[in-house]
Design a protein around this ligand. Structure first.
Ligand SMILES: [Zn+2]
Length: 222
């Protein structure tokens, strides 16, 4: 699904499988895939990308909002094929420490991981476009959100969704940190929200309202 000239969104609509949303940022210089999802669904993702005119072979970087397999696993596969894969340093440490336990909880095999670059709080250039990496712990210790400065689009991973927030009951989750992270993102006044699960939100007013709903519905309980 084309969102603008440089952004393509692939929301996962089959709720029988726990797969995440993927996003592609394509400029003349770079094609970056955010959260490729589970390995098993990569062929479907590639097909959808191709329908939008984005070739799988053009992807030259992967950004992982966090290390849960429903976001990361396909990224590890791409990494083995030579694509550069980035994640926050705290998340790498978390995966190494908690991976086997997490895998058991989720009933899956945890892939062996290796990363090519680390996402740090602050500015990040993707194909000449300016993004901010925002370290947003709460769902996991090294979760990040990406904020695309010019169109003010927030990629929120599993921090927030339309009408929801990321779970904090996984190992490494922390409700207070989640709330602080949400407020940091709210202060950016995003014009669109591209979450890690569920439908994107395309208007600033609706994004703002969604923050209201989240604070009202969840902040007393997390
Ligand atoms: Zn997650």
């Amino acid at each position: 699904m084309k969102i603008n000239e440089k952004l393509f969104a692939y929301p996962w609509r089959d709720y029988r499988a726990n797969n995440g949303n993927s996003y592609v940022i394509r400029t003349e210089e770079a094609v970056c895939l955010i959260d490729p999802g589970l390995e098993a669904f990569l062929p479907q993702l590639y097909q959808s990308m191709e329908e939008d005119g984005v070739q799988q072979g053009d992807v030259n970087s992967v950004i992982l909002t966090h290390g849960h397999p429903d976001h990361m696993e396909g990224g590890i596969t791409l990494g083995k094929q030579g694509v550069r894969v980035g994640i926050h340093k705290d998340e790498e440490a978390y995966i190494v420490e908690m991976g086997p336990y997490l895998a058991k909880m989720l009933g899956i095999d945890m892939p062996e991981v290796s990363f090519d670059f680390f996402l740090e709080e602050g500015e990040l250039l993707i194909g000449g476009e300016r993004f901010q990496v925002i370290h947003t712990p709460g769902h996991s210790p090294g979760s990040v959100c990406l904020f695309w400065e010019e169109p003010k689009i927030l990629f929120s991973g599993d921090l927030i969704f339309a009408q929801g927030v990321g779970r904090t009951d996984f190992p490494g989750g922390d409700g207070n940190l989640l709330k602080q992270s949400i407020q940091r993102c709210r202060a950016l006044k995003p014009a669109m929200l591209m979450p890690g699960h569920g439908e994107p939100i395309f208007e600033a007013d609706a994004v703002e309202k969604n923050f209201d709903v989240i604070e009202k519905m969840y902040f007393d309980y997390i």
